[in-house]
Ligand binder design. Structure first.
Ligand SMILES: [Zn+2]
Length: 172
């Protein structure tokens, strides 16, 4: 599910919630509270990431940002809307295709028997399609959280991938 046509992002320390929403929307987004803003800008520049910030004086205070997208809204949902509009993100195709914790694309589980031991038997019986994070091993499947998350993010339900869930569990 990796592709290079979608923009990649770095969010500053004030926009981490937006960063998480971007991952839910299937985007490669990074943040790092352990490094300073100028280091994050260096990383964004080196990796070709669009830098997201609400700091209107950023260009006065820090080295030049190659790809800057200033964010105006206070609310993270509205912030996501700003990014979607500015970059024409294909949310419809990408929603819930990335592990929010690890920022890597999910793998499709070819045979659901592979995840039988780590999920509740009722879930195993009810659903056919499962996905795993190749980094942390979390298992995802379709569930009612999709609709709720779409509503929260202000994304029309018709835009949701019905076959992906945000419910997850850790394999034992
Ligand atoms: Zn993960």
């Amino acid at each position: 599910m990796n592709d290079t046509t979608q923009p990649r992002f770095a969010v500053d320390h004030m926009l981490i919630k937006l960063g998480k929403y971007l991952r839910i929307a299937g985007c490669d987004a990074v943040w790092d509270k352990s490094i300073r803003t100028h280091e994050l800008i260096d990383r964004a520049n080196a990796e070709g990431r669009t830098f997201l910030t609400r700091n209107t004086r950023l260009q006065d205070q820090y080295p030049p940002v190659k790809h800057l997208l200033p964010i105006q809204a206070d609310d993270p949902v509205e912030q996501l809307g700003e990014v979607v509009r500015a970059t024409q993100l294909d949310v419809r195709r990408r929603l819930f295709t990335r592990c929010v914790r690890c920022n890597v694309a999910l793998d499709t589980v070819p045979d659901k028997k592979q995840v039988e031991g780590c999920i509740h038997p009722n879930v195993f019986r009810r659903y056919e399609d499962f996905y795993t994070c190749p980094s942390c091993g979390t298992v995802f499947w379709k569930g009612s959280h999709v609709r709720n998350t779409c509503r929260k993010l202000g994304i029309g339900e018709d835009q949701c991938r019905k076959d992906i869930s945000v419910r997850s569990c850790r394999p034992s």
